[in-house]
Design a protein around this ligand. Structure first.
Ligand SMILES: N[C@@H](CCC(=O)N[C@@H](CS)C(=O)NCC(=O)O)C(=O)O
Length: 248
């Protein structure tokens, strides 16, 4: 546990999951779309984990002890005390890298066939480089800094709509992003849900709407989405805005 950060035991939704043979994974977490990718995956794979909250609205992501795990001062990050090679604990940052690491470790929601696996990786990278960052920018301009830049609101709003059309097209040809349900769906799902605050109308994206319902009906997804819901303030206060948007 990083000094300076409050420790927590496993989230109640994961009760009993730290009893297994595997040492619990430390999940450095705040209830944001990127954080929830990991709580969902850990719930899906029934991997024992404990949640270590990093309050990004209070600057805990800049604590040296957290930076030792996640040098980019972003959640999520993990420490695996029980790596497959039996060596020293491994720390990993970047949600896509963590999903790949855990998928390779557990084999869960990770296709055995190379062709399918490549398709899953491709859509995972699409989420990491496109959907996530562009929705982040759209949220910034259209929610947090609303009215400050018409250009920013339009530029990122249109880009998010384009990405939703791409996702909708993919889901017109397959039930899930990679074909079968996989880590690629887990990467996309919390972001598609976050699209609600951008006012995205899923009525324009019928395949995304059908997929969202199917993914959201999974009990592990519901548990993962609920992790840490008691932690975050629904609206960013002034201090959180200063920490997240003004710190240089
Ligand atoms: N590409 C990174 C993005 C992580 C990220 O942006 N995390 C946000 C919360 S969703 C964060 O920790 N922000 C803290 C800050 O901006 O200082 C990932 O997918 O892990």
């Amino acid at each position: 546990m990083a000094a300076g950060l409050p420790a927590r035991d496993a989230h109640p939704g994961a009760a009993g999951r730290i009893e297994g043979a595997m040492a619990p994974i430390d999940l450095y977490f705040w209830p944001t779309p990127n954080g929830k990718k990991l709580s969902i995956y850990l719930e899906e794979a029934a991997v024992p984990y404990r949640v270590l909250p990093v309050n990004i609205g209070r600057g805990e992501q800049f604590e040296p002890s957290f930076l030792a795990v996640s040098p980019n001062n972003r959640i999520p990050a993990i420490v695996d005390h029980d790596p497959v090679d039996g060596g020293a604990p491994i720390s990993i940052f970047e949600s896509g890298a963590i999903l790949l690491y855990l998928a390779e470790k557990t084999g869960h929601l990770w296709p055995a066939d190379a062709r399918t696996r490549t398709r899953v990786t491709q859509w995972l990278m699409w989420q990491m480089s496109g959907l996530g960052p562009m929705m982040g920018q759209a949220s910034h301009f259209r929610v947090y800094a609303k009215g400050k830049s018409e250009y920013g609101e339009e530029r990122y709003g249109h880009e998010v709509e384009r990405l939703f059309r791409v996702l909708d097209g993919r889901l017109a040809e397959a039930p899930f992003v990679g074909g079968d349900y996989s880590i690629a769906d887990i990467a996309c799902y919390p972001w598609v849900v976050a699209g609600d605050r951008l006012g995205l109308d899923l009525g324009h994206y019928a395949n995304v709407a059908r997929w969202r319902e199917a993914v959201g009906a999974r009990p592990a997804v519901q548990r993962g989405m609920a992790v840490g819901q008691e932690l975050a303030a629904p609206v960013l206060d002034d201090e959180a805005r200063r920490v997240l948007f003004e710190r240089r």
